[in-house]
Design a protein around this ligand. Sequence first.
Ligand code: TXA
Ligand code: MG
Length: 311
Amino acid sequence: MRVTVLEAADLLRIGNVVGVATETVYGLAASLQYPVAIEQIFTLKNRPANNPLIIHVADISQIEQFTESLSPEFLQLVAAFWPGPMTLVTEVLTEKIPTKVRAGLTTAAFRIPSHPLTLELLRLTGPLVMPSANLSGKPSATSREHVETDFGSDFPVLDGGTCFKGLESTILYFNQERWIIIRQGSLSPAVFSPILGYTPLVEKPNSEERPICPGQLFRHYAPQAMLTLGKYFTGKEKQVIVGFSDRVYPVGSVVYALGELSKPETIAQNLYAVLRQLDLDGVAEALVDDNFSSEGILASVRERLTKAAAK
Ligand code: TXA
Ligand code: MG
């Protein structure tokens, strides 16, 4: 159910949970002031308690209250990429942030989103926690309709149209004197090198150890359909292929096009809508054409598809 910015702000200020558009994916928002609403987010999403939430703010001054200090590099990254699809993790004054939000860690993740409606809302409400607005493990939501599919048509949503980026923010973490990427996302590693002087490495989550980014361990972004990444077969009838609109597939196959390989940003924008369409159509099995480069945003697309195909 569509709500205006003022209605969304009012609902959040009395402790409700609201779906909110951002430039990356839709978020499920609650005020940092309402432990009950934060609890409700975990229940609604069926989210494991060990998976912390990102705190979204309108302004860097809203972060300063939570930390002892912010490093010069943190501030340089902020100046270059906020508002935008970058999330930064930093040590915080733990007594200032509910344990549930941090999942018991001594750090918290922060982001200033760039969607004008989200910023308008955050200026009215103050800091909001916002995980992606989808059931845990399922494809993220990039439209109001997607949020309503997961949480019901009466669920209040601040509709900002189809998300411009379509993939979540890139999360950076400072570890052993270097920034590393603990979740790939809308910003590619190379964009950070002019600021940092090096390209941050992408941390591979290791289930043996305590992961730096708890959300990275799970099968994720996954539709009902069993996905297999690989080559499609010529001659096999009625195979369902998740592929690209500028590529030719065997006659008789049912193709779900992610977008044009020549325009990678369209693939990022459409990814979750296509994965959700498989479910709407009751597809049980699909092959994902994985014959594409891992340059730029396509590296993040590949990571999402790999997680969606995880058993
Ligand atoms: O683009 C986005 O980041 C979207 C929009 C709504 O802003 N939000 C989003 O939230 O993707 P969520 O909850 O789906 O993913 C947040 C990720 C999780 O993998 C979580 O484990 C990680 O951020 N995270 C949050 N706080 C953390 C912390 N203190 N240390 C390490 N990882 C953290
Ligand atoms: Mg998510």
